[in-house]
Design a protein around this ligand. Sequence first.
Ligand code: ARG
Length: 461
Amino acid sequence: MQEQQILKNTNAEILNQFNASLLFDKKLYAQDIKGSIAHSKMLALQGIISVDDQIKIETGLLKIKGEIESNQFVWKIEDEDIHMAIENRLGQIVGGAAGRLHTARSRNDQVATDFTLYVQDKTLDIKAKLKRLIEVLVVIASKHSDTLIPGMTHLQHAQPINFGFHMLAYANMFRRDFERFGSSYERNNYSPLGSAALAGTPHNIDRFKTAELLGFYAPTNCALDSSSNRDFALEILFNIATSMMHISRLSEELILWSSYEFGFVKMSDEYATTSSIMPQKKNPDVPELLRGKTGRVYGNLIGLLTVMKGLPLAYNKDTQEDKEGVFDSVETIEISLDILTAVMETLIINKENMEKACQIGHLSATDMADYLVKNKNIPFRTAYYITKEVVSYANSINKDVSQLDINELRKSCSELSSIEDEVLRYLDLRNSMNARDSFGGTSTAQTKVQIELFENWLSCN
Ligand code: ARG
């Protein structure tokens, strides 16, 4: 008998734990209180509750906020979630009036509202952090619009570019991210509050008022949709996943560039760690972690897409699984952006090694072919084969095409036996970089144009 009792209690406890979201959704306390205050104000304005009760409710809610923020609030798993925890505590503080707060709403529209408010707040925070990172990249770009670095495709030397241009490629990715977060913010800034359980409410509520009080543009249109919609959460998960993918690509380059083989950059000692066994080592743990954390952020997106895919309308408890992944992705990107910004701000750039690396791999070979096409009216395919011969000749004497003198060039291929000196200018690496002067190209002049465009963009965003 006694044993059975224990078993029963234990089962109830396990069930409570299984059912509850309190341990993680308490993060939404500020949004929950904000939403409840707005709801109570609207109820009073509509004459659904008395002004007296509204004042009691609001004062009680603010007291609870203080208790939570000063760690005095007692969290009880039996309360199930943040909404019930706050409502139950409100009952203890203000008595009967607390029971009127939940008029004309359900936890379904309440949680959708709280979670939307959270996602919107975090979207703005993330945008600010992205902007800070872009600023740092643009500053690096402006210092290095004349620093040569081998431009690569397939991780093979391709054409000379400048390091500023390389930084601007990332600035463009992060700018698209910034704008993507911004358009999600615009699309999702509508209030589900007042959708109630699924079908709206018979009470004479004013959803436009609560929308306004909460900083939303307007209420959502369809109660059935908005009481279980989680597109806004999926969007932030996708936006974060895409940004983390960009962070991960830059991290990968930092890892490569800081290896002995490249030696292009050195991460400041604060961001490089030592090995516990090999005293000579400096490991790029920070960019490796940034690259690694991208995986879990992708997982969070796939996780919620999968939770949502089979749900009949409207709210189902499955939806409670939406929060932990979003919290995790948000926290991951926030710290990742801060850390990457600090890494880039303190990055030591080894210009000499970058420029030295440009002398390997015949980066200006394409310029040779382009010269023959433009100045000698040779068909491109023929020019291509002539240049191929020049490259193998250069290889045979252990030189880069950019280092050949005019006699060597004339010797390299019968078609070039009387080629003029001017070709040497085209093979020069810096000239090669500057020759790519089309809009969006790598020349120092075009890089400066792009830097200016970024500076304008930064000043109006
Ligand atoms: N804790 C729930 C969640 O996060 C709140 C909504 C519960 N609604 C319900 N009808 N059980 O989704």
